[in-house]
Design a protein around this ligand. Structure first.
Ligand code: ADP
Length: 248
């Protein structure tokens, strides 16, 4: 059977890919920075081992300790590069069973260093433990979380701020899972609120905003039969909430 793809869908897919590539530009520096930590641990551990062997001073117990450190750092590096590879992958929904919190943790992995280094953003992570698994396109949902985190970061800008990310199980309106990203940044004015999910709508300076983060996030959430909503917080900033069913 021949599958036909509507022009709208082709357009959406092309946009999605373009936006992912644009996103890669902004996160590459932070990923490179993030990789430096485990690589430095590996290098200094090897140098310590060499020194202790030369001094005839390396016990089996210490050797095991060093090997453990190297192994842990290598796994950490692999996880970081895997997140980046997943983020750049193109294509339709590829669904699989996944731990819901892994989606959030993978996205956090990509921004953590930048939030706390280049920016002054405290990340509060409140993930419900021991959640059921979800059947979804893990990589695409990582992209959604990442888009929301990047917007939260931009709403805070150079000020000190707090971004809170939460996950929970729910039975609200037949959905099974929820997560939210909230910030204490600028908030969303009434005139802007009606347009934030429109393609190419951005209030960011030229070169910073593509106006594609939210429309693409909504497209991905809706492909999963989920719902994304935006609200201003009573005190300051905004909260984006995503609800998803247990399977697509
Ligand atoms: P972009 O980030 O490239 O501008 P988006 O589609 O992701 O594109 O966002 C569209 C607009 O929605 C932003 O330019 C901003 O005005 C608004 N917005 C999104 N998230 C937030 C937020 N957390 N706080 C305030 N405004 C936001």
């Amino acid at each position: 059977m021949q599958m036909t793809v509507s022009p709208n869908r082709q357009f959406d897919e092309a946009l999605s890919h373009t936006q992912r590539l644009a996103g890669i530009g902004t996160i590459t520096a932070s990923v490179a920075h993030e990789l430096n930590t485990p690589l430095s641990i590996i290098i200094s551990t090897c140098s310590n081992m060499t020194h202790e062997i030369e001094q005839n001073n390396l016990s089996a117990e210490r050797l095991l300790h060093y090997i453990g450190m190297i192994e842990q750092s290598a796994w950490r590096s692999a996880r970081i590069t895997e997140s980046l590879r997943n983020y750049s992958a193109n294509g339709r929904l590829e669904t699989a069973v996944t731990d819901f919190n892994f989606i959030i943790e993978d996205a956090l992995q990509l921004v953590q260093q930048q939030f706390q280094g280049e920016y002054h953003i405290q990340l509060n992570v409140e993930l419900q433990p021991d959640m059921k698994s979800i059947i979804c396109d893990h990589n695409r949902l990582v992209q959604v979380v990442l888009n929301l985190l990047i917007n939260a970061r931009d709403a805070i800008g150079d000020d000190d701020g707090v971004v809170c990310i939460k996950s929970w199980e729910t039975d609200e309106d037949g959905y099974a899972f929820g997560f939210s990203v909230s910030d204490d940044g600028s908030g969303i004015s009434d005139e802007v609120m009606g347009n934030i999910f429109d393609q190419f709508f951005t209030t960011k300076p030229a070169g910073h905003g593509t106006g594609l983060g939210l429309p693409i996030s909504r497209q991905i959430v809706e492909q999963h039969n989920g719902r994304i909503t935006a609200n201003n917080n009573p005190d300051k900033g905004a909260t984006f909430t995503v609800l998803l069913p247990a399977m697509v």
